[in-house]
Design a protein around this ligand. Sequence first.
Ligand code: SAH
Length: 255
Amino acid sequence: MTTADPQLLANIRIVLTRTSHPGNIGAAARAMKTMGLSRLVLVDPAVFPNSQADAMASGAADLLTQARVCATLAEALADSTLALGVSARRRDIVSEVLTPPEASIRLLAEAQTGPVALVFGNETSGLSNEELSLCQGLVTIAANPAYSSLNLAAAVQVLSYEIRQAWLGHASWPQPELDAATGDEMERFYGHLETALAELEFLNPGSPGKLMLKLRRLFARTRLAKEEVNILRGILTAAQEAKQKANGTRNHGAE
Ligand code: SAH
């Protein structure tokens, strides 16, 4: 019998966004290490490095030393093909809601081909709309509906435990069914889409409303392969060129 592959756990990143309390960062590192996870990414932490974080990490201080600190969530997710937001509420932005065991299986299967991420929010405000719009799915820990908000590090512990159980239970995983685009490729696509829609006068840059968030939700639900992103960007470029040509003809005609 083959044993579970440690590389799969190394490809799963725990991303903590805008963490206020350094003690929670340390406790999250400890929660991860007890379950064999090692890659911690901190997005714009309020205080880091910090002695309280070291104290709460205890024997997991090595995860803090190796932690990657990023300015934005987009930067943290640039090379991941799958990012799942962990949130007790907020189902409006991301339509797919997974349980921790379902999320673990998705992450481990996808981790065979590259880095994937679980994204946790700030202690008080949770994940923002913008942060959630960078995730392709949502994971909710079914808790007491009258009091469902776990401590950040406790939430990291629950998810890390579930990932470990799924990892131990499967010696092999089905290959992911598509060669998914990375976070960076998706962000460049959304940038192109927004520019093209503005040029085509479909989107008013002065009042974009919720259009881009809705389009992000649509594509997050479909999940795009690298090749599909290239096709869509080719279509956008063709539309932009057609519009420029039409403008040129009109301007020429007016001369
Ligand atoms: N008041 C915040 C709670 C933040 S708790 C809010 O309502 O969103 C800090 C983080 O822990 C959350 O952003 C989330 O990532 C995680 N968390 C806490 N409880 C959770 C639950 N029941 N399900 C999923 N994630 C949870």
